[in-house]
Design a binder for this molecule. Structure first.
Ligand code: ADP
Ligand code: ZN
Length: 301
């Protein structure tokens, strides 16, 4: 029998919990609003204890968290959310309380690295060795998988905070990133769309000029990732990307900005399979956490 894994996608607005052996065998799921660390983690613990009572032992726990986080197992603050502006969550220990209460081998990474791993294991990145997973939601974040491994490096990549050109004549909105103003996240995450156009992104019609500008900014980001990481595919998820009209605009704008310089048929002839939505849909993050748990279990076994 396949081991049953616990996956936690810890987000700034909700915590998604899942118990599964893989995407085709999900035994239980729950979501809790992100309130205080003690209350939210308490509900997570209660949920996984109930899962164990009903479905048998869990083999390992994987956590993909909003950040910035400390994903370095050798660090004293491993498993913490570090400098988030979210009230109550700066320097919050996520792994400690869950490991103490559940006693499971526990893996911890960024939410986007987890989602990238999930896409590699079961979704749109199967068989690839270098790719990027990007989410466009309340913020912009990216998971990076290079030469068959998730990238951590100094801390972890921050693909949302790259600095991109903005033409103030075309777009007077100065951006909302508290650190950089008009970085990619400051210009193209959901709240930027809402503030620039005065309406929530999900209420704008598909032919609204917002989407062309959105595709322009995202393409500037993708060009930087393509030129620095040479990804074999780029996967884009998150609330904003549930607008399907962005994808064709984004593919065309990326090609236009690259201007033929990168001579790869994947980009030039097959951009519809190069820039894609997540194969696991909205469950990429949760199932990615399950994939983290699977890796941890195999390491510990
Ligand atoms: P989070 O990033 O908090 O995990 P989401 O990925 O749902 O959650 O991102 C929320 C942001 O995405 C909000 O700014 C919201 O306006 C925007 N959003 C959510 N759904 C849609 C949609 N269908 N179309 C466009 N924008 C959306
Ligand atoms: Zn920024």
């Amino acid at each position: 029998m396949n081991p049953l894994y616990a996956g936690l996608e810890a987000g700034g607005t909700k915590f998604n919990c899942i118990a599964a052996t893989g995407p085709n065998d999900i035994r239980a799921e729950a979501r809790f609003p992100t309130t205080t660390p003690a209350e939210t983690l308490g509900r997570v613990i209660e949920f996984f204890r109930r899962v164990q009572a009903e479905h048998g032992p869990l083999a390992a726990l994987g956590i993909g968290s909003f950040g910035p986080v400390d994903p370095n197992p050798a660090s004293p603050t491993f498993g913490y959310i570090t400098t988030t502006p979210k009230p109550g969550w700066a320097q919050a220990d996520i792994v400690g309380p869950l490991r103490a209460a559940l006693g499971l081998p526990t893996a911890f990474d960024t939410d986007v690295n987890a989602a990238a791993l999930g896409e590699w294991r079961w979704g749109a990145a199967q068989g690839l060795d270098t790719f990027v997973y990007l989410t466009i939601g309340t913020g912009i974040g990216g998971g990076v998988f290079v030469n068959g491994q998730l990238v951590h490096g100094l801390i972890h990549p921050e693909l949302g905070h790259i600095l991109i050109p903005r033409d103030p004549a075309r777009d007077p909105f100065p951006g909302f990133c508290p650190f950089h103003g008009d970085c990619l996240e400051g210009l193209a995450a959901g709240p930027a769309i809402e503030r620039r156009w005065g309406a929530r992104a999900e209420t704008l019609p598909p032919d609204h000029p917002a989407w062309e500008l959105e595709a322009h900014y995202l393409a500037l980001g993708l060009v930087s990732y393509i030129c620095t990481l040479s990804p074999q595919r780029i996967i884009l998820g998150g609330g904003v990307m549930s607008q399907p009209q962005i994808f064709p605009l984004l593919r065309a704008e990326t090609q236009s900005l690259l201007n033929g310089y990168i001579q790869a048929p994947q980009i030039i002839e097959h951009s519809d399979t190069y820039i894609v939505p997540p194969g696991l849909g909205a469950r990429a993050g949760m199932l990615g956490a399950v994939a983290l748990a699977e890796n941890e279990y195999q390491k510990s076994a």
